[in-house]
Design a protein around this ligand. Structure first.
Ligand code: MYR
Length: 289
C-alpha cells in the first residue's frame, strides 16, 4: 500500500529529511500587520526573529489555507492509496479540525486519516518520522501506521519554559489568570500539554531551577541512570547557545542517551517568544517498530 505522510510546518523538519522520507508539508503563516508569510518558505526562522526585534507590531499566526490543503491532498491522491496527515495539537490551532473537514469532503477521492499529535515541533516531528519509516516499508496498512503513531502520540510529553508569559497570553494560548500570576511574580513556570492544551505545571522562580526540575522529571519518568534506550531533544527559540549548553550537560550526565537540538520556528516563536527552551523525550524510535 502506498501511503503519503503529511505534516504541517510546525514540525520544523529539515528539507533533507522531507526529501529523504517523502514527507509533504502544509505551511502555517506568521502575520505582521498586513503582511503574511508562510513560515520557512517566505520567511526564514533567522529573519523572523530579527523582524520581531525591529517590528512595532506583534506578529500573529494562521493555519494553512484550506485551498492549499485541498490542492495538496488532491495531487497526492493521484500517486498514493491513502494519506496520513500528522498535525499540531488541536488545542492550540484549528489546523487539525480543518484537515478533518477537508478529509470528509474528499472521502470519495482518497482515504485520509488525520492524526492530532497533541503537541507540536520536535515531538510532533518524532511521530512524523515514525510514520514515514513505516510508510517507506510499504508493508504496513494505513490503519496499522495510524495505530502505531497514535500510541507514540498518546505517551508524548514535552516541557517548556518561556521568558515572558505575555506572548502566550496575547495569542490566547494560555489562560489569562496563569499569565498574570506568572509575570507579576516573575516566575518561570514549567509549561506542558494536558488534554492538548498548554498548562502551567509547576511555578518555579528561575530558569535554571526550572531546567533542573525538567531533568528530574526525565529521570522519574524513564528511571534511567545512563539514558540507554531513550532519545531526548532540546528545543530553543533563537537561543542556540543556551539550548546546546543544556543538551551537552544532559548528554554528559546520561552518556548512552541519544540527544539532539531542535528549534522553535516562526509560528511557534510568535507564541513563545525569543529565549524559550523546551525538552521532550521518548524511547528510541526503532523500539516502536
Ligand atoms: C495557528 O495560528 O493556528 C497556530 C497557533 C500555534 C500556537 C502555538 C502555541 C505554543 C506551542 C508550544 C509548543 C511546544 C512544543 C514542545
Amino acid at each position: 500500500m502506498k501511503i503519503a505522510i503529511v505534516t504541517d510546518s510546525t514540525a520544523y523538519l529539515t528539507p533533507e529529511e522531507r526529501r529523504e522520507w517523502d514527507i509533504y508539508v502544509l505551511p502555517l503563516s506568521v502575520i505582521f500587520g498586513q503582511e503574511s508569510y508562510r513560515e520557512e518558505q517566505d520567511l526564514t526562522t533567522a529573519d523572523f526573529y530579527e523582524k520581531v526585534k525591529n517590528s512595532e507590531v506583534f506578529p500573529t499566526s494562521s493555519q494553512p489555507a484550506v485551498g492549499e490543503t485541498i490542492e495538496l491532498f488532491r495531487e497526492l491522491s493521484h500517486h498514493y492509496d491513502a494519506i496520513i496527515p500528522i498535525l499540531l495539537s488541536s488545542g492550540i490551532s484549528g489546523t487539525y479540525q480543518t484537515v478533518v473537514t477537508v478529509a470528509e469532503e474528499l472521502q470519495d477521492e482518497v482515504l485520509i486519516y488525520p492524526i492530532d499529535s497533541g503537541i507540536s515541533c520536535a515531538p510532533q516531528a518524532r511521530a512524523v518520522r515514525l510514520a514515514a519509516m513505516m510508510a517507506k516499508d510499504e508493508q504496513y496498512t494505513a490503519k496499522e501506521i495510524v495505530a502505531c503513531v497514535q500510541q507514540l502520540v498518546d505517551r508524548t510529553t514535552a516541557y517548556f519554559i518561556v521568558d515572558d508569559l505575555n506572548n502566550l497570553q496575547r495569542g490566547g494560548r494560555l489562560s489569562a489568570g496563569a499569565a498574570l500570576v506568572g509575570s507579576m511574580l516573575k516566575i518561570k513556570p514549567i509549561l506542558t500539554f494536558e488534554e492538548k492544551k498548554i498548562v502551567a505545571l509547576e511555578k518555579i522562580r528561575t530558569q535554571q531551577k526550572a531546567m533542573k526540575r525538567i531533568e528530574q522529571l526525565f529521570e522519574e519518568d524513564t528511571q534511567t541512570t545512563d539514558g540507554d534506550g531513550y532519545e531526548l531533544v532540546i528545543i530553543h527559540a533563537n537561543a542556540p547557545e543556551a539550548g546546546e549548553a543544556w543538551r551537552a550537560q544532559i548528554q554528559e550526565k546520561y552518556p548512552k542517551l541519544r540527544t539532539s537540538l531542535a528549534y522553535f520556528g516562526p509560528v511557534i516563536g510568535t507564541h513563545l517568544g525569543q529565549g524559550a527552551l523546551g525538552c521532550s523525550w521518548d524511547i528510541v524510535i526503532e523500539k516502536n517498530l
